[in-house]
Design a protein around this ligand. Structure first.
Ligand code: SF4
Length: 230
């Protein structure tokens, strides 16, 4: 399940120094994905597996230095029961809060992880408008269900939107507003064209275009904390 570990990160858990655990495999194929090594089998097959016990011992070594643990991927929720078991172990051996990054495709599992207190923070990547989710290999009805589940925990949720020009623009971002309304923390982030899954980089927005999209969303969600990562 695990193919990567970073001991210290200052950017993966809001306001915390965190260690990051990388699971492999993903059920989506976002053209702008830069985690190619963890998503495409021809790449991740070549990476060694890291035993859960090894991860736990690395985390124990850093226990006094880190303030949180992040589980990211790939898409961690594709691991189902195995992820549940691993989180139970982390909660037994460590006192730190755990953040999970997800594409939102597994509402049932997220509901279990939250109701069983196995995770303390969720970053959900909302990728495009409902109509276009199938282009990524996703099903928006699952994402909508996930958003319903997460509403009950809105203080622990950050919704992230990558401003990838073919999928999100100043007009269609309004289609996401009804789904975003229950959430306080919404981050708009840059699309990085350097390396991506499609192999074809599209031109990113200019700073001015990023700002116009931000202002459009702010106009529709005046009480949300819109975080600018551009
Ligand atoms: S961006 Fe995330 S959800 Fe999309 S393919 Fe990459 S790992 Fe999967």
């Amino acid at each position: 399940m695990i193919k990567g570990f970073r001991g210290t990160s200052l950017v993966d858990y809001p306001e915390k120094i965190a260690s990051v655990i990388y699971t492999y495999g993903c059920n989506f194929r976002c053209p702008y994905c830069y985690n190619i090594e963890l998503v495409l089998p021809e790449y991740y097959r070549k990476l060694p597996n890291i035993a859960e016990e090894e991860i736990i011992s690395k985390l124990k070594e850093r226990e006094n230095f880190i303030q949180g643990v992040v589980i990211t991927g790939g898409e961690p929720t594709i691991w189902g029961e195995r992820l549940i078991n691993f989180l139970e172990k982390l909660k037994t051996y460590l006192n730190h809060p755990i953040k999970l990054d997800t594409n939102g495709s597994n509402p049932e599992l997220l509901g279990v992880l939250l109701s069983e207190d196995l995770i303390d923070f969720v970053a959900l990547d909302l990728k495009t408008t409902p109509e276009r989710y199938s282009e990524l290999g996703g099903n928006f009805s699952k994402i909508a269900e996930t958003l319903r589940v997460l509403q009950g925990y809105s203080d622990m949720i950050e919704i992230r939107i990558t401003l990838y020009p073919p999928y999100i623009d100043r007009e269609n971002i309004r289609d996401l507003v009804p789904y975003l309304q229950p959430f306080r923390m919404i981050a708009l982030q840059k699309y990085l064209p350097e390396k991506n899954l499609s192999g074809k980089a599209c031109k990113p927005y200019t700073e001015e275009e990023y700002l116009l999209i931000y202002e459009e969303l702010k106009r529709h969600l005046p009480s949300a904390t819109l975080i600018r990562r551009f």
